[in-house]
Design a protein around this ligand. Sequence first.
Ligand code: DAT
Ligand code: MG
Length: 140
Amino acid sequence: MAIERTLSIIKPDATKRNLTGKINAKFEEAGLRIVAQKRIHLTPKQAGQFYAEHAERGFYGELCEFMASEPVVVQVLEGEGAILKNREVMGATNPANAAEGTIRKEFALSVGENSVHGSDSPESAAREISFYFSGLELVG
Ligand code: DAT
Ligand code: MG
């Protein structure tokens, strides 16, 4: 499998509980390398642009407010099959369905406050990485 890059976000519920290091350890243990990382505080409008694909969903307003409620850590993870591997390390969207040992099983509070975001395809990874990072910030 090819070396890929994927966009990860440590969400407000996790940054608030000081879990950034524990979550990063999960990525590194899985062989994912953090090649870019920064802590930012999104506005609701920026969160809405990022999650535009969900604009028609009932939870969209709540999602945008939540993502803007506290700082987040946005990061680029790199490794063999990184997009799928990151989704596996994250676990299912709803922590009630997440497998043992996954980030969401261990740390998520609810389906909304679920600690991490990860790109779901090569196309979304490319869009999402360029949403947060310039080429100069990506150190291979
Ligand atoms: P994922 O983050 O696993 O890719 P998604 O893309 O379907 O999941 O949804 C994006 C985020 O929206 C998700 O991480 C949390 C929120 N969300 C999804 N379904 C929800 C629901 N039924 N109620 C509240 N928030 C939800
Ligand atoms: Mg998604």
